[in-house]
Design a protein around this ligand. Structure first.
Ligand code: AOF
Ligand code: ZN
Length: 361
């Protein structure tokens, strides 16, 4: 299952709205397990992992055990369900990590396999699978994507300086790590303030992975995104979505739309737009995993609205000092017991910086 999870992760960020699933077909030959087929959900979400693995195994699948990181689907999509493929292939046993919360599948995949006389084992490495499928689970059960905030702060907790141009706090290895996080996300999201200061591309520039840039989302209450920004001028290559609030004029919205940007309108809310509403619309459009890359006000709103599922914190051994901008600028806590709680699940040294990963408890 560990191996199935590893190959399943290969297309994270590429399969939405589908989860990135991994599957292995294993036979025992003279007491030793031999992998005769392996597959992971294809980019775009189809074909499914099991179908690919079974195709590779061909006749060798008969009597084999299949390890799969999510319950095989039982619904008719563009192709027949994976359960039918598993039954037709004559596999003896299916070991799965997790039940699929998708109501079209939940429990039905398992039931279909058992009804055909296949032995089913469930719950193997379920916690690990739940991490990999967090986006899918969140979208299906809560109607919003899994939201990860990336923060890069100085030793004194600043993300930049109040005045002046863009400031690099963390080192190059941390920047590369962030690019790798983009690869595994369906979308990256930033606030309009950061766009106006940095004019970022938010694409993936890692050698060989350039084609895996996620959708780029800008939180832009009054539709100020410049038409000559790098985001807008590259929107033909990698999609750009702008989330606006009631303050956005029709003229500004129309101009952005004609420039190839998708404009999503929300009602009013924290900082001029309705974040929960925006996330619900994005989920409906198939986004399951969002990486938020700043700035401080976006981070503070998400934190205040308790919309963060995960925080990846890079801390650099530099000090910004009194004119610094705090990581959660403007966030005021009325009572400590109301602060969302996170637990640390990972820590590492990345170049000269510290990396810590936190999950909402
Ligand atoms: C599997 N294996 O590799 C994946 C599954 O739109 P469809 O027909 O492709 O079905 C999408 C649903 O299938 C998705 O919501 C999830 O429940 C499941 N994804 N299932 O058996 C796979 N990616
Ligand atoms: Zn399937």
């Amino acid at each position: 299952m560990a191996s199935a999870l590893r190959i399943g992760r290969r297309n994270l960020g590429q399969t939405h709205p589908n989860p990135a699933v991994g599957a292995l077909v294993v036979r025992t030959v003279d007491g030793a397990p031999i992998v005769v087929g392996r597959g992971w959900t294809a980019a775009g979400g189809r074909p499914h992992a099991e179908t690919i693995a079974l195709e590779m195994a061909a006749e060798a699948a008969r009597g084999a055990t299949v390890y799969v990181t999510l319950e095989p689907c039982a619904h008719d999509g563009e192709t027949p369900p994976c359960t039918s493929a598993l039954i037709a292939a004559g596999v003896r046993r299916v070991v799965m990590a997790l039940e699929d919360p998708d109501p079209r599948v939940a429990g039905k995949g398992r039931a279909a396999l058992e009804a055909a006389g296949i032995e089913v084992v469930s719950g193997v490495m379920a916690a690990e699978a739940a991490r990999d499928h967090a986006g899918h689970i969140s979208r299906v059960t809560r109607g919003r994507p899994h939201v990860t905030l990336k923060l890069a702060v100085s030793a004194d907790g600043m993300i930049g300086r109040r005045e002046g141009e863009r400031m690099m706090i963390t080192g190059k290895p941390a920047l590369t790590a962030v690019q790798a996080m983009r690869v595994e996300s369906d979308a990256v999201m930033i606030g309009i303030g950061t766009v106006l200061v940095d004019n970022p591309r938010l694409t993936v520039r890692l050698p060989g992975l350039e084609a895996r840039s996620p959708i780029r989302i800008v939180l832009d209450p009054s539709a100020r995104l410049p038409l000559d920004s790098k985001l807008v001028t590259t929107s033909g290559d990698v999609p750009v979505v702008v989330i606006v609030g009631p303050a956005a004029t029709d003229a500004a919205k129309t101009a952005l739309a004609s420039a190839g940007v998708k404009v999503v309108e929300t009602t009013n809310g924290t900082n001029g737009l309705n974040l929960p509403e925006a996330l619900a619309i994005l989920a409906e459009d198939g986004v399951t995993r969002i990486l938020v890359e700043g700035g401080a006000r976006v981070a503070a709103s998400l934190f205040a609205d308790d919309l963060l599922d995960e925080i990846v914190l890079f801390r650099a051994p530099v000090v910004v000092g009194v004119d610094g901008v705090r990581a959660l600028e403007g966030y005021a806590l009325s009572a400590i017991e109301r602060s969302p709680r996170f637990r640390q699940i990972d820590a590492a040294i990345v170049g000269d910086d510290q990396m810590r990963r936190y999950l909402r408890t």
